[in-house]
Design a protein around this ligand. Structure first.
Ligand code: SF4
Length: 359
């Protein structure tokens, strides 16, 4: 079957869900990785893009309890925190003079904050750092804000865009099937709503990313369903900037007894994503969750982006993740060179803005 898939990929033909399932379950990694790499090099040559960014997780107080989440706390519980506006302004200060830097803002569904807190957060940051790109709020947060505001998600998105929203991250998709939704995160919005909110965002010209959180109780069939649903929406809107496969970290969650996805599993996720998502230009290796070593290897299995300097990520680290909370730009470039690729700095919309000279 691999020969037929290879022929189709090289001819630019779309793979079927059955072929996707085969790639997950049976395809030999020593053929799958190089084929995904072929597509990646066809689109991006030898370049690997990266971004100078920072994560701002404004609060971990959350009104719901997803089974896979080690980040959330109840208000007043040990480890719960709420960043003040001043603290956030202070944290973003290192990016003040960095053109095209991205601030990635996500947090828990805070039970007490009014809707007005969120546009205010964006406009305050924009006022202090007008050059920064604010990539903020997952579809799950948008859905919650709509409830708080008593408005539609489309209204909320338009309102946040006016306040400074530049693009949206891809979190909250988890695995886009009703079974996983019921089992792991029934208190928050389900798969169809996640897709609908991204569609609304795309209609408003807000570009977004898409993730898949895998390596827990999902089946390979469910992973394929997820990829096909993303591919269909991308056919319709073209609004996704990138696909980001996320590796589930079970430590400190109720699912802690599950095995941690191994390195081959991480690389297979990247490669199958590249081959199935034929209408996504960018596949990102998110080193915070995959590990730096796998992010390096991913650059030969379909990934063309290495995210990012990150700085102060909290969500995955509260799940026991042992990667650093950030890396310097120089380290990032060196890691990309270690992968045999040419580093190229990008902006939040994946435009290349600088190709640094080695040395
Ligand atoms: S994943 Fe998000 S919505 Fe779910 S419990 Fe964690 S912080 Fe709350």
């Amino acid at each position: 079957m691999f020969d037929r898939i290879e022929e189709k990929v090289r001819a630019g033909e779309r793979l079927t869900p059955e072929e996707g399932l085969y790639l997950y379950q049976e395809a030999p990694m020593d053929r799958l990785g190089p084929l995904a790499n072929w597509v990646r090099e066809k689109l991006h040559g030898n370049r690997t893009s990266y971004i100078i960014n920072m994560h701002l997780n404004y609060s971990n107080v959350c009104a719901v309890k997803c089974m896979f989440c080690a980040f959330r706390r109840d208000k007043g519980e040990e480890g719960a925190y709420e960043m003040s506006m001043e603290e956030m302004i202070h944290r973003v200060a290192p990016l003040k003079d960095v053109p095209e830097a991205e601030v990635h803002i996500v947090g828990g569904l805070h039970p007490d904050y009014p809707y007005s807190y969120y546009p205010q957060l964006l406009s305050t940051l924009k006022e202090h750092y007008p050059q920064a790109h604010l990539k903020a709020f997952t579809a799950v947060e948008i859905d919650y804000f709509a409830e708080l505001a008593g408005k539609s998600p489309a209204w909320v998105l338009a309102n946040l865009k006016e306040a400074g929203l530049g693009s949206m991250p891809g979190g909250g998709a988890e695995v886009l099937t009703d079974r996983i939704h019921k089992k792991l995160y029934r208190d928050k919005m389900g798969p169809q709503k996640w897709l609908d909110i991204h569609k609304e965002a795309h209609k408003l010209g807000i570009r977004t990313s898409a993730t898949m959180l895998a390596g827990h109780i999902e089946t390979y069939q469910e992973r394929v369903t997820h990829l096909v649903r993303l591919r269909e929406l991308q056919d319709e809107t073209g609004g996704f900037l990138a696909y980001i496969p996320l590796r589930f970290h079970p430590e400190n969650t109720p699912l802690r007894k599950l095995n941690f996805m191994d390195s081959e599993g991480v690389l297979r996720q990247v490669a199958v994503g590249r081959l199935m998502l034929d209408n996504f230009a960018n596949i990102k290796a998110y080193w915070v969750m995959s590990g730096l070593d796998n992010a390096v290897k991913s650059q030969h299995c379909g990934a063309n982006d290495f995210d990012g300097t990150v700085v102060d990520e909290r969500i995955t680290h509260m799940a026991g993740c042992e990667t650093p909370v950030g890396v310097t730009e120089e380290r990032l470039r060196n890691l990309i060179r270690e992968a045999g690729r040419e580093p190229a700095r990008r902006d939040a919309l994946y435009n290349i803005i600088e190709v640094p000279v080695a040395g």
